[in-house]
Structure formats: C-alpha cells, structure tokens
Design a protein around this ligand. Sequence first.
Ligand code: AVI
Length: 322
Amino acid sequence: MSCATTGPPSLGGRESGLTFLEDVLTGLRGRPKQIPSKYFYDERGSILFDRICQLEEYYLTRTELDLMERFAPEMGEALGAGAMLVEFGSGSSVKTRYLLDCLKDPAAYVPVDISGEHLFKTSLELASDYPEIEILPVCADFTRPFALPRPSRAPARVSVYFPGSTIGNFVPDQAAAILRRIVDLCGAGGGLIIGIDLKKAVGDVEAAYNDRLGVTAQFNLNLLERINRELGADFDLSNFSHRAFYNPDEGRIEMHLVSRKSQSVRVGGESISFSPSDTICTEYSHKYTVDEFSTVAAAAGLTLEREWTDPGRQFAVLHFKI
Ligand code: AVI
C-alpha cells in the first residue's frame, strides 16, 4: 500500500481553526443563519453519526447495506474487469467490502477521505484482508479537484463508488458539480455506482431525522458544543432545540437549531443576536426519485445503466456509465 495526500483537508470539518471561524461567522451573520453540515463530524459527532446509522428509524444505512449484500455480484459484473475503483468519502469502507469481494481482477482500490487517520487505518486493514488488490488511499476533499494515484498496473477503466446518499447533503448545483468532477476523473468508459435516498412517505423520512432516543438531536446540538470548545463561543445549549422537517418544495429534509428565546451569543469576539424561533440551518438531505436523479446525472454526462432498490423502494443504488 502506498499513500498519496493531495489538497488541503476540508471536508469533515477539519479545516484550520481560522476557516472554521470564518465559515461559522459568515453563516451566522447571514439570513437565514446557516452552518455547513461538514462541521458535524468532530470526534463526538462521528460517534453520534455511527449511532444514528444503527437507529430503528434511520432506514438508510441498513437498507443500503442490504442492497450491497444482495447485489454486489451484479455490481461487480457491471463494473467489468480491470477497473480502478475510487471511493468518495470512504470512511471505514464497510459497504465497499461487499464490492471488493466481487470485483473482477481490479487494478486498484482508491479510498478518498478527508480524515487521514481514519483513512490510513482502514487502508492498512483492507491491504491485509485483500492482499491481491492494490490499495492506494488519497487524503483529499472530494468536492475539490484532486489527483488520482497511478496504480502499478494500467486500469482498464476508472469507476467511482459514492455510497451513503452523501450526494443528498449537497444542493442540486453542488451535486451537479460533483457529478461533473466524477465524469472528468473517470473519463470515457468509466462508471459510477452511487447510493441515493428515495422520496417516500413524509412521516417515514421525518422519523429518520427525529428519532425517539434523541440521538439526531444530540448530533445536531453537538455542533454548538464544538463551536464553544474550538472557537471559544458561549452558546447555551439549553437555549436551542433540534428541528428536522421535510420541505416538499425542495424535496429535502432540513435540520435546524431553533432559538428558544431572545438571546445574544459571543462567537470570535462578535455578538450574534437571536430572536425567539430564529433558526440556524445545519443540514439539507435531498431525496430523489430515480428519474429525478438520473436527469441531474444526465446533465453531467452520465447514463443510467442499472438500478437496485429494496422492495419498499426506500433506497437505490444506481450504476451510471460515462
Ligand atoms: C451523511 N448523510 C447522508 C446523513 C443524511 O441522512 O443526510 C447525515 C445525517 N444527518 C442526520 N442524520 C443523518
């Protein structure tokens, strides 16, 4: 295994303290107030997210895992022999193992993640479990240009794996830009396997972001705790509450932190005022139909080849060709 590190770390909220402060202040000065969702993932935020993935109400992870378990052989077939597989936001590569088990004579596996420590630990485990696959981790922000490593054997094609419906956390223009970047990265003959959360009954999708145990609420409020700790702010967490709802016009879940009263908070030496029911928008999670997503992807140069969905059509894993 060799390692390539490209570009400044930024996704996963690991920017310098200065960028974090600038992003938070810009977001809190604006109307509506907004903080980028990438800042959820400090150490506690990542642990809380792992707990979310195991919640009864959060159908996304288990449904996608189930699809991977059942259909990975077909996905391996679809990707074809000799591919170099690049994963966007690889994390601990849990879902990827199903795919790695079914790849035909892969040229290499390239996990791309902003969290270097996590990435290299996972890559070492994969290198030991898959000695026949060249593992070439890249520590980079996949929303920005990064260079692909050169495997020892020339790949027949480059394909991207982008699971987890992470694409849903980007507004449509950003999602389109990421898909265009994937097309540029793979070039002609390449492909994309991507997980998307499908549109469904509002009650089911809202329940996934309003779990009974309140883990999603803790995950949301942890953002303020992080800002207090890392930026010396003085948010009183008991003065904010979690709200998540489906916005049917935009086809997305919106997560907010709602001010319970009129208050001022000091952030980076600046005073930010909140009136009662003022909110900070912390995340969008877009839901698509297969047709809607295929249209966005087509504009980026991707053609839908196959779709795999569960019987309840909650989640889809889609294969596109360039
Ligand atoms: C990472 N992402 C796909 C999750 C989602 O469902 O949009 C993040 C999340 N936010 C609250 N719960 C889970």
